[in-house]
Ligand binder design. Structure first.
Ligand SMILES: NC(=O)c1ccc[n+]([C@@H]2O[C@H](COP(=O)([O-])OP(=O)(O)OC[C@H]3O[C@@H](n4cnc5c(N)ncnc54)[C@H](O)[C@@H]3O)[C@@H](O)[C@H]2O)c1
Length: 439
C-alpha cells in the first residue's frame, strides 16, 4: 500500500552558505513552521530535539503564537527565525533557501498551503486530515506528483516503532492472533468546553476575515465547523481508521455509520459509530471492523485499535500502557504459535504465560495477558518524532516516506466516506477508484 518517497537531490552546502541555497544533499535542513497552535507546539517539542535543523521562518496569523514559536527556537536553539503572519510571504522571501516546511494550521488551510509550497519547490510535512474536503486532498496528491517534491502527511502512527513491531513482527511474521476475523477500535473522550482566548489577545476582525474566519469562536473551535474541519470522525478517527487497512493490507468494500449531534448541536457529529466490511485481508480472510469515536464521554477510557483472531487479540494504542495481547484460552492447537511460552522466552513478547486465573473455568474463562517487550528501538521517543525523522531522512535522500500523499489519500478516502455515511445514514460502497487520484 505504501510507495517509496522521492529522494531529494541537491547541492552539498558549505556552512557559510547556510541561508543562501537549498541543501538537500547536506546535513542541515532549512525549515519553516506554519501554524503554532496546540499541535504546532507538540511538533516543536520534537523538532527541537532533532539535530541539524535550521529554523528560517515561523508563521502564524495569531501574533502570540508566532512569538511563542520564535522564543522557543531562540531559547532552545539560539536561532532567530523570521516571523510572519502570511505564509505567502514565507514563500516569497524564503522559497529558494527552504528545504522543508511543517504545516500545522486548521484543515481548511492545508491544501492551499501545501500546493503553494510544493509548487515553489519546498518539501512539505502537513498535518492530517489532508484537507476538510476530498477535492482539497486530491489537489495535494496532484501537486506532489507534479512538483516531484516530498509530501508527508501527519499520520504519525505509520512511523511509530511499536506499531511497526505489531504489524510486521507480531501480526505478519509470527501471526500471533491466528486468523484475524474482526477488529475494533475507539477514541472516547470526556466532554470538553469550547476553546476560549484571552480578551487582550483578540485578532482584529479584518485579519480574521482575511484568513476566512467569521470570529474568534470559529477561529478557536474550527474543528466543529463545516468548511473548516470535519468533526470527531475526521479529527480523531483519521488516525485509527488508517491502521486497520494498513495492518490488514486491504481496503474495505463498504461502510455503514451512524452519527449523533444531539449533545453539542454543532455542524459535525460529535459521536460516530461505523462498521467497515473487508472482503479480504493479508490472510485471505473477510474481516469486520467496528470503530467508534465519542466526544461526550470517556466511557471505559482511552484510544486503541484491536485485531482479533482465533488464537488471540492484539490491542495497540499510542499510549504504551493500553497496548496488550490476550491469548485465547483454547488457542487453535494446529496453529504452530498456539503456545506463546517460546515467544516470551525468545523476547518477542513479555508476560507470564501462567497468569490465567485457574479458578475461572466457565464458558468465558479469563484470557492470559501479555505485553510488548521493552526496548523496541525508538519507542521511548515523543510520538511525533519518528515520523518527523522519517520525513527529514527522505528530504536528505536517505529513506522513503512512511506516509506519502498517495497512502494518506487512500486512508483518508475511508474517513470521508465514513463521514458521509454518518451524515446520510446510508451504507456506502467503495470502488477501487475511490482510493486513488487520477491524473
Ligand atoms: N497528528 C496529530 O496527532 C494531531 C494532533 C492534533 C492536531 N492535529 C492537526 O494539526 C492541525 C492543527 O490543529 P491544532 O489542534 O494545533 O489547532 P489550533 O487551533 O490549536 O492551532 C492552529 C494554529 O494555526 C494558526 N492559523 C490558523 N490559520 C492560519 C493561517 N491561515 N496561517 C497561519 N496560521 C494559521 C492559528 O493561529 C493557530 O495558532 C490540524 O490539522 C489538526 O488536525 C494533528
Amino acid at each position: 500500500m505504501k510507495t517509496a518517497g522521492i529522494a531529494g537531490g541537491g547541492l552539498i552546502l558549505s556552512s557559510g552558505l547556510l541561508r543562501a541555497q537549498k541543501n538537500t544533499g547536506g546535513k542541515t535542513i532549512n525549515l519553516a513552521l506554519v501554524g503554532i497552535g496546540a499541535q504546532g507546539e507538540r511538533l516543536l517539542d520534537s523538532l527541537l530535539k532533532i539535530p541539524n535543523l535550521n529554523f528560517v521562518a515561523v508563521c502564524d496569523i495569531w501574533k502570540p503564537r508566532c512569538t511563542y514559536g520564535f522564543r522557543r527556537v531562540f531559547r532552545e536553539m539560539k536561532q532567530k527565525p523570521e516571523q510572519y503572519e502570511d505564509y505567502k510571504d514565507v514563500i516569497k522571501n524564503h522559497a529558494k533557501e527552504l528545504d522543508a516546511v511543517i504545516i500545522a494550521t486548521p484543515d481548511l488551510w492545508h491544501s492551499p498551503m501545501t500546493c503553494d509550497f510544493l509548487e515553489a519547490g519546498v518539501n512539505v510535512y502537513c498535518e492530517k486530515m489532508m484537507s476538510d474536503t476530498i477535492e482539497g486532498a486530491k489537489k495535494m496528491v496532484l501537486a506532489a506528483r507534479k512538483s516531484g517534491k516530498l509530501l508527508q502527511i501527519g499520520h504519525q502512527r505509520n512511523s511509530n516503532p511499536r506499531y511497526l513491531y505489531a504489524r510486521n513482527r507480531l501480526l505478519r511474521d509470527v501471526q500471533i492472533c491466528g486468523k484475524i476475523t474482526a477488529c475494533n477500535g475507539q477514541w472516547n473522550r470526556a466532554v470538553a468546553k469550547d476553546l476560549t482566548w484571552p480578551k487582550n489577545q483578540e485578532i482584529p476582525s479584518e485579519t480574521l476575515q482575511k484568513y476566512g474566519y467569521k470570529d474568534m469562536t470559529q477561529f478557536r473551535n474550527w474543528r466543529w465547523f463545516k468548511g473548516f474541519g470535519g468533526g470527531a470522525i475526521s479529527d480523531l478517527g483519521a488516525h485509527q481508521i488508517d491502521i486497520f487497512a494498513w495492518f490488514l493490507g486491504a481496503r474495505p468494500k463498504s461502510v455503514m455509520a451512524s452519527g449523533s449531534r444531539a449533545y453539542f448541536k454543532k455542524d459535525w457529529a460529535e459521536n460516530v459509530m461505523c462498521i467497515f466490511d473487508y472482503e479480504n485481508s493479508f490472510q485471505d480472510m473477510p474481516v469486520q471492523v467496528f470503530y467508534q469515536v465519542l466526544t461526550t464521554t470517556s466511557g471505559t477510557g482511552g484510544y486503541w485499535e484491536t485485531f482479533m483472531g482465533d488464537n488471540g487479540t492484539l490491542q495497540i494504542s499510542e499510549s504504551p500502557k493500553l497496548t496488550k495481547l490476550y491469548k485465547e484460552h483454547n488457542a487453535v492447537p494446529s496453529f504452530e504459535e498456539s503456545d506463546w511460552t517460546p515467544l516470551v522466552e525468545s523476547g518477542v513478547l513479555s508476560g507470564n504465560p501462567e497468569n490465567q486465573d485457574p479458578k475461572n473455568t466457565g464458558p468465558s474463562p479469563d484470557l492470559k495477558q501479555f505485553y510488548f517487550p521493552s526496548g523496541i528501538p525508538g519507542s521511548d521517543k515523543p510520538i511525533h518524532m519518528p515520523h518527523l525523522e522519517n520525513f527529514f531522512g527522505a528530504v536528505r535522500g536517505e529513506n522513503g516516506l512512511n506516509c506519502d500523499a498517495e497512502h494518506a489519500f487512500e486512508a483518508e478516502a475511508m474517513v470521508f466516506k465514513a463521514r458521509e455515511s454518518a451524515e446520510t445514514g446510508q451504507k456506502l460502497f467503495f470502488e477501487p477508484s475511490d482510493f486513488v487520484v487520477e491524473g
